[in-house]
Design a protein around this ligand. Structure first.
Ligand code: NAD
Ligand code: GLY
Length: 364
């Protein structure tokens, strides 16, 4: 059965479609036109696993579609790939009426959305997320972009997709590590907005890790609903949307400091959420019992919880200072007040950040 969730943004409104085997059953066709040209943007890993099959399905249904393949990995989420895609689009005479189709995880989604937003001053794009992380978070809300050597997601735009098509069947080929990384963003929603969901995750983790259909569908739908509501209220992150970044200031700095090589995005966010909880504990706004519950849930999903000792702290703090939420050089963090409630906390002192890190060091 197909579930539909709306992102309400006036003229930019769109649907999130969620189901199993949407592509096998051709349920996606409603969102594609035989009179348009499409460019599927994917990576070399997905090419053999899914993209070739998907391309065949499109072609069998007389959809005019071409493909552009880029290198796989967060280290390739950079401006050079944007230039490469644009060059390919120009060589293939992609016009303003044509549509880009992001087929992959968050990296493909973010790069494709960014290209769509700048190519010939902006063309349409569709999100077909294939990782859990992209299905529950990255494909929704129109944040697009690439990394810079000096900071994560430092180049980008807000550019909404025309539709997000989530086929949970794609998750069957995802590695366990990538799947667990996606649950980090799921847990983020629960800690930030929904205590009941947190308790449900504590009980259901085993079924979720094993991709039990009913639980997975409920879980993805729940996350998409939360994100759709927040994006509908605050598309450009003037206030409320910042709450979706719980754990991200600490997490992004871990990714940047390790050159996007040692930690998956969700893994860095998992550590980031613990550090944020520790900060809240130090500031006296979160009880230690709640910190322990957060650690225990992340443990159930086998996510990392310790700050990597090898990261030089001065370097790390300089990355945190460049976070997009900061203003006037002051570090702003999203902190939990209790499970199910986070708030923006301004002007966090460096000593507090350093103490939070020291409280989260891995045991040797
Ligand atoms: P990813 O895009 O790197 O994908 C993870 C890996 O899984 C890749 O190697 C990919 O090729 C592979 N893969 C994808 N689908 C597969 C499948 N079905 N079967 C087998 N392998 C598959 O990583 P991700 O975790 O999806 O996304 C992380 C990125 O998303 C980060 O760059 C992060 O900044 C971004 N992000 C963006 C937003 C947003 O709002 N725009 C939100 C959260 C995260
Ligand atoms: N992932 C955070 C956001 O979309 O705002």
């Amino acid at each position: 059965m197909i579930k539909k969730i709306s992102v309400s943004l006036k003229k930019k409104s769109y649907s999130i479609i969620i189901g199993f085997k949407i592509f096998k059953k051709s349920d996606f066709l409603f969102y594609f036109s035989k009179n348009k040209r499409y460019f599927l943007i994917t990576n070399n890993t997905l090419l053999s696993i899914w993209a070739k099959k998907i391309l065949q399905i499109f072609k069998k249904n007389n959809i005019n579609i071409d493909i552009i393949v880029i290198s796989d990995g967060e280290i390739y989420k950079k401006i050079e790939q944007v230039d490469y895609i644009i060059k390919e689009l120009l060589k293939k005479n992609c016009s303003r009426n044509d549509v880009l189709v992001a087929f992959g995880g968050g990296v493909i989604g973010d790069i494709t959305g960014f290209v769509a937003s700048i190519y010939q001053r902006g063309i349409s794009f569709i999100q077909i997320p294939t990782t859990l992380l992209a299905q529950v978070d990255a494909s929704i809300g129109g944040k697009t972009g690439v990394n810079h050597a000096l900071g994560k997601n430092m180049i980008g735009t807000f550019w909404q997709p025309k539709v997000v098509i989530i086929d949970l069947f794609f998750l069957s080929t995802l590695s366990k590590r990538e799947l667990l990384s996606g649950f980090s963003e799921v847990i983020k929603y629960a800690i930030s907005f929904d205590k009941k969901f947190f308790i449900w995750l504590e009980k259901t983790f085993f079924r979720l890790i094993n991709l039990e259909k009913k639980s997975l569908l409920y879980c993805v739908k729940k996350c998409c609903k939360i994100k759709a509501k927040i994006v509908s209220l605050d598309e450009k992150e003037k206030n409320l949307r910042a709450l979706l970044n719980f754990g991200h200031t600490y997490g992004h700095a871990i990714e940047s400091c390790t050159n996007y090589k040692n930690f998956l995005h969700g893994e860095a966010i998992s550590i980031g959420m613990i550090l944020s909880a520790r900060t809240a504990e130090i500031l006296g706004i979160l009880e230690i019992s709640q910190v322990k519950k957060i650690i225990s849930l992340l443990n159930k999903f086998q996510l990392p919880i310790f700050f990597p000792k090898k990261i030089p702290l001065l370097n790390y703090i300089s990355y945190m200072k460049r976070d997009k939420k900061n203003s006037y050089g002051k570090i702003k963090l999203i902190l939990p007040f209790k499970i199910g409630l986070v708030k923006i906390y301004d002007n966090i002192k460096e000593e507090v950040i350093l103490s939070s890190i020291k409280n989260s060091f891995e045991k040797i």
